[in-house]
Design a protein around this ligand. Structure first.
Ligand code: ARG
Length: 247
């Protein structure tokens, strides 16, 4: 009888540990790959080294919703998909546009942000008004981005490819390229800091998604469920307002 009681007590302890969050073992960790060079979506705080931005707040909120802790792994943009495929992290949150080409290699969550490419030029430039004025010009881009893709399609252009997004903007500001093609919200953030550049209206329609290994269908479902919960709870809007208030 005593032994039975002890067994009952023990098993209820085990059950309590399983159902009560924070009581039992630590939460599972969601490892998130990002290229932290793309404010306001992902960047590193200069002083603290902390990883900040819309995407990272969003993936942390998704993690909370599905009972997972998040750990950020900062990797160069062009190594992000290979790193996901070799298992260095479980997903990618990096303002990554859902494209047919990428879908051949990875799965994407439901879209979480609508975006588009814009042409950034010097503020004093009066000749380049849109993409159609870019023929034969030199254009700086971040390597392997959708901006790189559209720039490479323009007739007679010289495409200057950079590992880091801010370096593509810097090339323009140095007078070494005629224009830079980059995502709208990033151009808008950078133009607020550097008054010597301007940007036009978006000329592509893109959606960002969280990339997940194609074999990890369980995680894909969880992340979609978490994203839906974060949207339904109002948390998504809160994060949106934090990073894009006044846009
Ligand atoms: N949206 C563009 C793409 O998917 C650029 C994303 C760049 N992201 C970054 N964290 N640098 O190609």
């Amino acid at each position: 009888m005593k032994r039975l009681l002890a067994l009952v007590c023990l098993s209820s302890l085990v059950v309590a540990a399983l159902v009560a969050p924070g009581v039992g073992a630590a939460k599972p960790v969601l490892k998130v790959g990002t290229s932290a060079d793309f404010p306001p979506f992902e960047f590193q705080d200069e002083k603290t080294g902390e990883y900040l931005g819309f995407d990272l707040d969003l993936i942390r909120a998704i993690g909370d919703a599905i009972g997972m802790d998040t750990q950020i792994v900062n990797t160069g943009w062009d190594g992000l998909i290979p790193g996901l495929m070799t298992g260095n992290y479980d997903c990618i949150a990096s303002a990554m546009t859902i494209t047919d080409e990428r879908l051949k290699a990875v799965s994407f969550s439901d879209p979480y942000f609508s975006a588009g490419q814009v042409v950034v030029t010097m503020a004093k430039d009066t000749k380049i008004k849109s993409v159609s004025d870019l023929e034969g010009k030199s254009i700086s881009v971040q390597i392997g981005t959708t901006g790189d893709l559209v720039a490479s399609d323009i007739k007679g252009v010289t495409v200057k490819r950079f590992n880091l997004a801010p370096d593509a903007i810097q090339e323009l500001r140095n007078g070494a390229s005629h224009a830079c093609i980059i995502d709208l919200a990033v151009a808008s953030q950078i133009a607020r800091e550097y008054k010597d550049i301007k940007y036009g209206a978006p000329f592509t329609m893109e959606y960002y998604g969280i990339a997940i290994n194609r074999s990890n269908t369980g995680l894909l479902k969880k992340i979609n469920r978490g994203l839906a919960m974060v949207k339904a709870s109002g948390k998504y809007d809160e994060i949106y307002d934090k990073w894009f208030a006044g846009n």
